[in-house]
Design a protein around this ligand. Structure first.
Ligand SMILES: [Zn+2]
Length: 200
């Protein structure tokens, strides 16, 4: 199902789309998440929301900039809102490293395939919020199974491990303090930390 629900939180897009940023919201209900993304006071939004049953909500036109990434960096690219599409996954309520459903992965594959075909997005440029804002964000969390998207060539298979030296992680794209980058790398590799605090 595809449900449009327009958010007032957007601005005109001036640049070509080159990135996709994956997020998660682990709020009590999907409606809570939609309300927040459509509340003019919140100043946040995303282009798409993929619910746990596979329903896709579109909140902002792809031709406009949604406010999902905030202060962010990937390689030399900074503040990725202007040239990215934001996709929020509805996570398990209050579980920052919770799992996602088969329906979500299958809808996400359809959506990413369409975006890749239409914008020529490189697999390296499909990133998690915690990859591009490791000091501030943890979503979509260590429970998100990136390898499912690697198999279809929609995201890049990481050429790093948790033991890779910081300079190489930096070259790969990660910006921020070594400690924060290492935590982001663990999440990307699906290694759950002992304690994790959600900050979507
Ligand atoms: Zn996020």
């Amino acid at each position: 199902m595809w449900i449009p629900q327009l958010s007032p939180n957007f601005e005109p897009r001036q640049e070509l789309v080159q990135y996709v940023v994956l997020h998660a919201m682990n709020m009590p209900t999907t409606q809570d998440a939609l309300n927040m993304l459509c509340d003019p006071q919140s100043k946040v939004s995303s282009h798409y929301v993929v619910d746990r049953d596979g329903t896709v909500y579109q909140l902002v036109s792809e031709n406009c900039v949604a406010w999902h990434a905030g202060e962010s960096a990937w390689g030399s690219e900074k503040n990725l809102n202007r040239n990215s599409i934001g996709i929020e996954l509805i996570g398990e309520p209050h579980k920052p490293d919770g799992t996602y459903t088969e329906q979500q992965y299958s809808r996400l594959k359809v959506l990413l395939t369409s975006l890749k075909n239409r914008y020529g997005i490189e697999p390296h440029n499909v990133v998690g919020h915690s990859d591009i804002a490791p000091e501030r964000k943890t979503d979509p969390g260590a429970g998100f199974e990136w390898f499912r998207l690697e198999q279809d060539g929609l995201v890049e298979r990481p050429n790093f491990t948790e033991h890779t030296v910081y300079a190489e992680l930096n070259d790969y794209g990660y910006q921020g303090s070594e400690a924060a980058v290492r935590r982001a790398v663990m999440r990307r590799l699906g290694i759950k930390p002992p304690i994790s605090v959600l900050n979507p």
